[in-house]
Design a protein around this ligand. Structure first.
Ligand code: NAP
Length: 348
């Protein structure tokens, strides 16, 4: 029987690599886009370490979100498209419009247009909690935000990344409403901060906090935190969202729970202190963070997150996709373990 083909955009990425591994294990064939075909052989080698597959079931196509070239070829013959490529930077870019917002938004539209023209049945878009939870105050009571809420891009203190993800997802739903007549379906997956096994040295910025804590790059901890989810759940959610009937037209948040930096540091300390890792345990007073932010624009961009508790529901993930999330603790520990194994954490 001929295999069902899935296009995965941004095939070199953290979430994409985990997704390709799962797709190949589930006997799909994969067409992965990458920006630079020179990476094909090292990516193929990496994927062979984690999945058993025959090379003919995985092909790579060069495509950039900022160019029309090769997108038709990238989706040709695919029943499903997982659109994961989007710039995710560990620094604040000089030109957010060019470096983040344009590729995210225009790239999403390019992928959707090519998918529609190529007869794709369903596109699963990797959006983010960034498109749900910002630009407005979190609820005062214990209630959780869910997929019905949108980030307000006219709200205060948004990072360019948050704007890029919100505008890309909005553009996708608008495209579906205005251009698509029942022929193609869209699902948005909205992960919170993604942790879990890091497969290679080129890792996603989301593992950066664990690296910083393990290397004691910050001597004390700002009172900040985030919702955490596991990369394997994010991959599974995308794959399950390709075929789950009831997922069509829905946003689905992927998350386990919220943890403060202090709680993350405590989990790492309990596991690694006796191996010589000096993980910071003290909380930095807000005034000290504000003072430091005068010198550091990355810190300045997240000042408004001090003391803020943005909680997100995973009810839809559980009820619609049947995924019981990996615990945040396990994701944190496996991030640290694999960062050490890959030689990415330098000091102790
Ligand atoms: P990642 O490893 O940095 O992956 C990003 C991918 O996007 C890379 O393959 C990158 O290609 C590709 N890309 C960036 N700009 C591109 C362009 N102009 N043209 C083509 N490809 C481009 O990060 P990730 O964590 O796996 O992120 C994957 C997706 O998940 C992104 O959409 C991100 O916004 C979303 N997300 C991530 C998190 C998280 O915490 N990690 C949370 C929520 C949502 P190169 O390798 O060539 O740079």
């Amino acid at each position: 029987m001929e295999k069902v083909q899935v296009t995965v955009t941004g095939g070199s990425g953290y979430i994409a690599s985990h997704s390709i591994i799962k797709l190949l294990e589930k006997k799909y064939s994969v067409a992965a886009t990458i920006r630079n075909l020179n990476r094909e052989s090292s990516l193929r080698k990496l994927l062979h370490k984690h999945a058993e597959f025959s090379d003919e079931n995985l092909k790579f196509i060069q495509a950039d979100l900022l160019s029309d070239n090769n997108w038709a070829e990238a989706v040709h013959g695919s029943k499903y498209v997982l659109h994961m490529a989007s710039p995710f930077l560990s620094y604040l870019p000089k030109d957010p419009e060019q470096e983040l917002i344009r590729p995210a938004r225009e790239g999403t539209l390019r992928v959707l247009k090519s998918s529609l023209a190529g007869g794709v049945k369903r596109v699963v878009l990797t959006s983010s909690m960034a498109a749900i939870s910002y630009g407005h105050l979190p609820p005062k009571n214990e209630s959780l935000l869910d997929e019905d809420t949108w980030t307000d891009i006219n709200g205060p203190d948004l990072t360019p990344y948050i704007v890029s993800k919100t505008m890309a997802e909005k553009a996708a739903w608008d495209f579906m409403e205005n251009e698509v007549k029942e022929t193609m379906e869209l699902v948005a997956i909205n992960p919170s901060a993604v942790l879990g096994p890091v497969l290679e040295k080129d890792f996603s910025p989301s593992a950066e906090l664990v690296k910083k804590l393990m290397e004691r790059a910050m001597p004390a901890l700002p009172e900040m935190g985030f919702q955490i989810c596991d990369v394997r759940d994010v991959a599974e959610a995308h794959i399950s969202a390709m075929t789950e009937k009831a997922a069509a037209g829905k946003r689905i948040a992927v998350t386990d729970r919220f943890l403060w930096f202090k709680e993350i540091a405590e989990i790492l300390h309990n596991e690694y202190a006796d191996q010589g890792y000096k993980i910071p345990q003290k909380t930095l007073p807000h005034f000290a963070v504000r003072l430091f932010s005068l010198l550091d624009k990355e810190t300045r961009s997240v000042l408004n997150e001090l003391g803020v508790h943005r909680k997100l529901s995973n009810n839809r993930l559980k009820s619609l996709l049947g995924i019981d999330p990996v615990s945040a603790k396990q994701s944190i520990l496996e991030t640290a373990k694999t960062l050490i194994e890959q030689g990415i954490i330098k000091s102790r």
